[in-house]
Design a protein around this ligand. Structure first.
Ligand code: ADP
Ligand code: MG
Length: 331
């Protein structure tokens, strides 16, 4: 690399915007030593998650660098939101084919935007040469025993979602330059483009779910696939009521069939899907009053798997419903 590794780190990653995007108090020692030192608050448990973005798999080849930086961190932070955690810090394992200053500048600036939006500090990482690969590890904390898992849903609970479904999948169509419906407003295109590249991890909602929701996760692979994860981890059946699925106005230019497919099977929405004991349903009003767009989309029942009611009664939803990396193409 023309830039030496240490110059590269100093110039693009040891920046105030990245190192001081969140609560300073937890970072005892950040970038520059052999490892970072963090101080979780008393009574808190540490929450850790890693996400890797590979070119051509998780994002289109030659994706814009600033957007890649944003998305790489935002999708990782979404896992903290899904666990009801608060952010402590993140590390970045970056593998690059070459050190191109304008690419690095844009990448680091998108990454810093996401760090600011999530309130999370960059505390370390690793930089190597090879095919483009972006690995982000996020660390967070949650009061002991209050992490939101996938396994606590019980029959009778309400099934809820924290925001619109289908925007991520429609956004990917916009990003890929696929044929768009005639008359799709420019503002809708812009909105969907942003929804793909700049997911909004639901940290505030996740933290409110502590001690209230019975189970939860973030929708990354598609509603049906992610609902199936809660169903199997909790040993229950989830019934999804199609007409209640929340959708943004930006999707209205597409056919009803396409919209429904995106809402059910499209991934990349990064909204929280959670179950709420009926006794806690009064919280829904409070969250809505606080500006959180929560909707009830179904309920938890005894049994297993996921059922979908599109108005003609519940139907079983079988088979691979979401995106799976190791599925062969001919099954
Ligand atoms: P070591 O050889 O001891 O593992 P490195 O040379 O890999 O150290 O890294 C030096 C310092 O720079 C470490 O604190 C590491 O966490 C940090 N670092 C390396 N790459 C990055 C990166 N892409 N983003 C943020 N910090 C980084
Ligand atoms: Mg190292």
């Amino acid at each position: 690399m023309a830039l030496d590794e240490f110059e590269l780190i100093a110039r693009y990653f040891r920046t105030a915007r990245l190192e001081r995007a969140g609560e300073a108090s937890a970072t005892v020692l950040g970038i520059g030593d052999d490892a970072a030192v963090l101080q979780p608050a008393a009574g808190q448990q540490l929450v850790v998650s890693t996400d890797t973005l590979v070119e051509g798999v998780h994002f289109p080849k030659e994706g814009p660098a600033a957007e890649l930086g944003y998305r790489a961190l935002a999708v990782a932070v979404s896992d903290l939101a899904a666990m009801a955690a608060s952010p402590l810090g993140f590390t970045l394992a970056l593998t690059l084919p070459q050190a191109t200053p304008c690419w690095l500048q844009a990448f680091s600036s998108g990454l810093a935007d996401a760090a600011r939006d999530a309130g999370i500090n960059l505390i370390g990482g690793d930089t190597t040469r090879g095919p483009l690969n972006i690995g982000v590890t996020v660390l967070g904390q949650v009061p002991a025993g209050q992490a939101l898992t996938r396994s606590g849903a019980r029959p009778g609970d309400l099934l809820c979602v924290g925001g619109n479904l289908g925007d991520g999948a429609a956004g990917l169509d916009v990003v890929l330059g696929n044929q768009l419906p005639v008359g799709l407003p420019m503002a809708a295109q812009d909105y969907l483009y942003q929804r793909f590249w700049r997911p909004m991890p639901q940290l505030a909602l996740g933290q409110r779910l502590r001690g209230v929701a019975s189970a939860g996760l973030d929708v990354s692979d598609g509603l049906l696939a992610d609902a199936a994860h809660i169903a199997s981890a909790s040993g229950v059946r989830l019934l999804i009521n199609g007409p209640q699925l929340p959708m943004s106005d930006a999707l209205r230019s597409w056919s009803e069939r396409q919209r429904l497919d995106w809402m059910l099977r499209g991934g990349d929405d990064y909204v929280l899907l959670f179950t709420l004991p009926r006794a806690a349903r009064r919280w829904l009003e409070q969250w809505r009053a606080a500006g959180l767009a929560v909707s009830v989309i179904g309920e938890v029942q005894g049994g297993k798997g996921v059922q979908l009611d599109l108005g003609l009664g519940p139907q079983n939803v079988d088979g691979p419903a979401g995106y799976q990396h190791f599925r062969s193409t001919d099954d």
